[in-house]
Structure formats: structure tokens, C-alpha cells
Design a protein around this ligand. Structure first.
Ligand SMILES: NC(=O)c1ccc[n+]([C@@H]2O[C@H](COP(=O)([O-])OP(=O)(O)OC[C@H]3O[C@@H](n4cnc5c(N)ncnc54)[C@H](O)[C@@H]3O)[C@@H](O)[C@H]2O)c1
Length: 363
């Protein structure tokens, strides 16, 4: 990386403060030149804490007045599409928090605009950059577990009002446009599609388990919020045809769990992910081989050229700069995000009609 990239962070809430602002200089040859938040005090607090020179109240002011190369959209979910279109139209590279748009059509508009403007566009979450998933893919490629036929992903927590410390009011997470599916389900769907590729069809059941919740920390500690507008527990089954499927168990309804976040089952073994992925562990490997006289959990040898380890979820900055400098697609591709979005957008229909829905997008 030759040039030092100028980054603007839009939305200075929990995630920007936890993952982006402290890690921009660590992940790439980059510096944060501006912060933006519609709540100005939040942007000012972030600027003071991370020595960011410029503060703006909205994306349009940022675009008009600031000299920056890459924007990270870390605002509330409902604000992403408008912010993303504005950034892309200004000819800047963009990393969008999930989901980047509320519909497949609107995300396609963003993808087309990025192409037209000749800029790079990356969509998080960052699972396709994970060390443990890269090791798993390498082991699958080397036939360690034979043909993989089932992936089971458990991607839940107890809810943003319970699980995370928050200075901003978390009520918006439960309102239309947001919800457990697009906030948590997106992770599980991105993980299994990273491993198995685009799905052919899916079915889903979902329930509202907790219609009212109490905020448990931060500035809004004790506030009661209405949480019955959208389901908060989903079980999604993905069909890959020919004896292959995946299941994503996701939502805001699991205060604690000891289930592995992910397991991949194959004809000859299992890959199990039992440790936090940010600590860059290798997955556990079980092999049943009659030829080798081997049946049990083993420690796999690392590949000769091990994948890059993650420092933080700001690794998406490394990805987009790599894409800019080598004129290639980012690993965190918006087409992958669009496939995941198609599933999420069609889930209400699958629940309502109790049917399996075919998928059209791919990546
Ligand atoms: N592991 C993960 O990948 C992960 C975890 C948590 C949150 N997130 C995502 O990060 C994003 C932010 O979540 P959060 O937990 O930080 O929420 P938050 O409520 O703490 O912060 C959101 C911030 O965006 C600001 N904002 C809203 N609309 C805006 C606009 N139009 N322009 C500028 N600022 C605006 C709000 O004032 C607030 O400060 C969401 O997309 C969420 O899904 C990702």
C-alpha cells in the first residue's frame, strides 16, 4: 500500500467506536479524516477521542466539504441506502455496514452506481475474510472431511439492548427496516454462503419470542421498549440440491449458548468452530477414515501459506484498499451481500405461506 488513504466514518455509534475508529491506522495505510453523525455530540465525542480533525452532521455536508477517499457507512440500518447512494455518486469508495439496502433492487442500484463511477464497493460482515473459515475451506479442498453435505450455523445473542453496552437508544433495532434477521441473520447467511456458495432455495419459520424488552446498560438503562413488530427468532433452511443443505438458527432470543457457532458435516468427518473467531483459531477437525485406521478429533497441519489473521472488523479497510490498488473486486463483494439480501427479503413470504422459495441471485 503506497498511498495513505483518507477515511470518513459515517455513524459514530457502538460499532464505529468499538471496531472502526480505533483500528483504521492498524488495518491499513489509512487515517480517519472525518466523522459524521446526525447526533452532533456523538460525532464530536468520537472526534475528540480519536483525534479526528473534521466533524459533520450529515453525509451531504461531508461530501461537499471534505477531501476523503473511502467512506465507512456505520449508521443505523434504515439510513444505509441514502448514505451509500450519496457516497457512491460523489465518486468515493465505500464500505457499507449490513444490510446495505432494504431491497435487492436498491442494492443493485448501488452496485450499478459504483460501476458507473469506477469506485470500489464492499459490504460487511467480514466473515469471508475470517482465518478460521479460510482454514476450513482449505481443509475441505484437500478432501479432509470428504464431500461436505450439511452446515449448521448458530448466530444469535440476547438482543442489542441486552448483549451490547450502548450509549445510543437501541429501540431502532426492533423497528421495521431493522430487526433480528437483518442484524444477526445476515451473519449466519453470509457464513454458510461463504462456505457453500449461493443457495438454490430456502424455507423458514420465525416467531416473536419477547414482545417487550428492558434496556440493560448504557445511557438508556432501564428503558422499556416494544419489540413485537418483527420476529426475533428464526430457523432458516437453505437448499443446495443433491443431498446438500444448511441451517441458520438466528435471532435476539438466546441470552447464552454453548453451541458451536458453526459446524460443517461431511461424509468422512466434521469441522467444528467452538472458539471466538476474532482470536483466529483453526476449526476442530474430526476424521473417520477406514483407509488410515483413524477415527477421532485431530489437530490439522496449517497450510504452507497460512491466510491473513484478522486484527479487527475494520479488516474490511484492508480489503477495499487491496481492491483499489490491484483493480479487483473486494473479497466482501456486494454481489454476495445481494444474494444474502434476497434471502432476507423473501423470508416474510416463506413464513407467511409456509413454502420453500426459489432464489434467483448468485455471486
Ligand atoms: N458485528 C457486526 O457486524 C455488527 C455489530 C453491531 C452493529 N453492526 C451494524 O453497525 C451499524 C451501526 O450499529 P450500531 O450498533 O453502531 O448502532 P448505534 O445505534 O450505536 O449507532 C448508529 C449511529 O448512526 C447514527 N446515524 C443514524 N442515521 C444517520 C445518518 N443518516 N447519518 C449519520 N449518522 C446516522 C446514529 O445517530 C448513531 O449514532 C448497523 O448497520 C448495525 O447492523 C454490526
Amino acid at each position: 500500500m503506497t498511498k495513505q488513504y483518507k477515511v470518513a466514518v459515517i455513524g459514530c455509534g457502538m460499532f464505529a467506536n468499538a471496531q472502526y475508529l480505533p483500528n483504521i491506522t492498524k488495518e491499513a495505510n489509512a487515517v480517519c479524516v472525518a466523522v459524521v453523525d446526525i447526533v452532533k455530540e456523538r460525532a464530536e465525542a468520537a472526534a475528540a477521542k480519536y483525534a479526528v480533525p473534521e466533524v459533520y452532521e450529515n453525509v451531504y455536508e461531508l461530501i461537499e466539504k471534505c477531501d476523503f477517499d473511502i467512506a465507512i457507512d456505520a449508521a443505523s440500518i434504515q439510513a444505509h441506502h441514502e448514505i451509500n447512494m450519496a457516497v457512491l455518486a460523489s465518486g468515493r469508495h465505500l464500505i457499507s455496514q449490513k444490510p446495505a439496502a432494504p431491497t435487492v433492487e436498491l442494492l443493485t442500484e448501488q452496485i450499478e452506481l459504483a460501476k458507473k463511477m469506477g469506485v470500489k464497493f464492499a459490504c460487511v460482515p467480514v466473515h469471508p475474510m475470517r482465518y478460521d473459515l479460510a482454514i476450513a475451506k482449505d481443509l475441505i479442498k484437500k478432501d479432509a472431511i470428504g464431500v461436505p453435505y450439511y452446515a449448521k450455523c448458530n448466530m444469535s445473542h440476547g438482543g442489542p439492548e441486552y448483549f451490547q453496552y450502548r450509549e445510543a437508544d437501541p429501540s431502532w433495532f426492533f423497528e421495521p427496516g431493522a430487526g433480528a434477521l437483518v442484524d444477526m441473520g445476515v451473519h449466519g447467511l453470509q457464513i454458510v454462503t461463504s462456505l457453500f456458495g449461493p443457495a438454490k432455495a430456502f424455507s423458514c419459520m420465525a416467531k416473536v419470542t419477547t414482545p417487550e424488552r428492558m434496556v440493560r446498560s448504557g445511557a438508556f438503562d432501564g428503558k422499556m421498549i416494544k419489540t413485537d413488530m418483527l420476529p426475533d427468532q428464526y430457523v432458516i433452511c437453505l437448499d443446495y440440491g443433491e443431498g446438500k443443505m444448511a441451517m441458520v438458527d438466528t435471532g435476539f432470543s438466546q441470552k447464552a449458548s454453548r453451541a458451536p457457532q458453526l459446524e460443517i458435516f461431511g461424509e468422512r468427518g466434521t469441522l467444528s468452530f467452538t472458539r471466538p473467531y476474532m482470536s483466529n483459531p483453526a476449526p476442530d477437525l474430526y476424521i473417520d477414515s477406514i483407509d488410515m485406521g483413524l477415527k477421532g478429533w485431530i489437530v490439522p497441519e496449517m497450510p504452507a501459506k497460512p491466510p491473513k489473521k484478522m486484527i479487527s472488523q475494520c479488516c474490511c479497510l484492508f480489503d477495499i484498499i487491496d481492491a483499489i490498488e490491484n483493480d479487483k473486486s473486494p473479497v466482501l463483494s456486494p454481489e454476495h451481500a445481494r444474494h444474502v439480501l434476497e434471502i432476507m427479503c423473501k423470508i416474510p413470504e416463506a413464513i407467511e405461506k409456509g413454502v420453500t422459495i426459489k432464489l434467483e441471485t448468485t455471486f
